[in-house]
Ligand binder design. Sequence first.
Ligand code: MG
Length: 223
Amino acid sequence: MTRIIIFDVDSTLLSVESLDFAVARALASQPGGKARADELAAITDRGMTGALDFRQSLEQRIAIAGLTSDDIMPASIALSELITPGMFELTGALRDRGHGVFAVSGGFLELLGPALATLGFMPGDVRANRFEFDEAGVVTGFDRENPLSRSGGKAVAVRALKGLTEASTAVMVGDGMTDFEAFADGAADAFIGFGGIVRREPVAARAPAYADSVDELAGLLGV
Ligand SMILES: [Mg+2]
């Protein structure tokens, strides 16, 4: 009997939404940058509560973002300092107990890599989106073949991880509706909603288990 725990990243393992963070950081010095960053965060919220299709949310955010490769590297380093307090210890304790620990994100590997490495994730433990760049290094889009770039994609990733690891039980942990969908779809056997960073009421209302802090989450995971 093996159990895998699959963590969402933005507003779960990390205390921020990584794309919003990277864009706000890049826009901070530009005229009108604050308004664009606010617009982006509002789109993220609509996506997380299920009010907006995930791919539409991603397309709109990428279009507003105007990110370049020069923005991404420093943002990814800054993100590695924004790990949710307690998550380093929790993921380590789960691994020590022999559980498989994975990260599945609708965010972008180019932004999340250093933070996830700090949390002890090996490249094979991570499923996330990838940016596409033009020759000048401007982000022009994302890998649209990646299931994580559309609604329902987390269920596809979770089902694949469960098959790959031959785990008997897959537990999904996350703050967003896309995380809950991986359970509602039947790909994950259990779901714990996480409200330690942002409590999303549509998720809290549906989740069979809900943790408002990392301590509560650890308790629910038996650590
Ligand atoms: Mg999230």
